[in-house]
Design a protein around this ligand. Sequence first.
Ligand code: AMP
Ligand code: MG
Length: 330
Amino acid sequence: MIPVLLPTPENIRRAADALRQGNLVAMPTETVYGLAGDALNPQALAKIFSVKQRPFFDPLIVHIADRSWVEKLCDQLPPEAKILMDHFWPGPLTLVLPKQKLVPDLATSGLNTVAIRMPSHPVAQALLREANIPLAAPSANPFGRLSPTQADHVAADFSTGIDCILDGGPCVVGVESTVIGWINGEPTLLRAGGVPLEILEVTLKKPVAIHSHDSESSPQSPGNLPSHYAPRTKLVLIPPNPPEGGAPPWGVRGEREGLICFGNEPVLAGFAVVENLSTKGDFHEAATNLFAALHRLDASGLNVIYARLLPEIGLGRAMNDRLRKAAATL
Ligand code: AMP
Ligand code: MG
């Protein structure tokens, strides 16, 4: 069993010592729980890939608590990068920037760019400051499965390989960070996340391109696989406008079915478990609930989980991305 520890100063010191010795710690961030290791130590990075069973071609996000690390880790910052750091750090925004030699190739999957972010969670910040090293921290779940937004999600997924889990309570954002890179010199959305695209565009006073991940070997964001964030139970998306007169796919006799919905839509009958992400239609509340709701449905002994996509605006974009990938088959 991996110890789940309250983030007392003593436990933060213990976790920071473990990190400096090259071991892994699960830490709360405002997005999801991260599996943290020393970003400058290739052996610690190798442990992250091995414990998560993450393929080496999927690069890691490096977390910092202090802007002085930016110049040590990154090079040739585009003009928009500083504006974005000033506005959104600390917070759920990751920037993909040209890397300095100091960053091990394992952190970037051999790319010449590094993904970097400053988390706002007080426990993540305290741990980063105490360890005094940048921390690579992908989500603390087995690769491809549901992301953890509570300490007990992490404890349920792993039994070895992690020194301790710091319990910082439920994550307040609940979806992963927005990832922005630069393609042909222009800021481009590589992954929808906790900072909505519209807010980035208002801040930068210009449109932000959306990178298409259609090509299987997209060099810009190798981690954007079509299947990810998946529960063990089959997840099926309900089309926004089911064909009229056509029989709905749910309600098949003998199946125990679950539903994920949002807002005050009429409740569909016949589901064994219904998770409404936010009855009042609040995107922020829905994002906070998304993964916990999926974890609960996954533990409810269902044959299938149905999910309706949210409106494709604001945080809805990030949640729909997670639901589409959860529904994709490998
Ligand atoms: P995760 O840590 O799984 O939440 O996701 C990190 C994601 O950031 C990866 O899956 C990549 O898509 C993206 N990423 C990290 N580093 C880079 C990079 N150097 N270039 C492009 N995308 C990156
Ligand atoms: Mg992840």
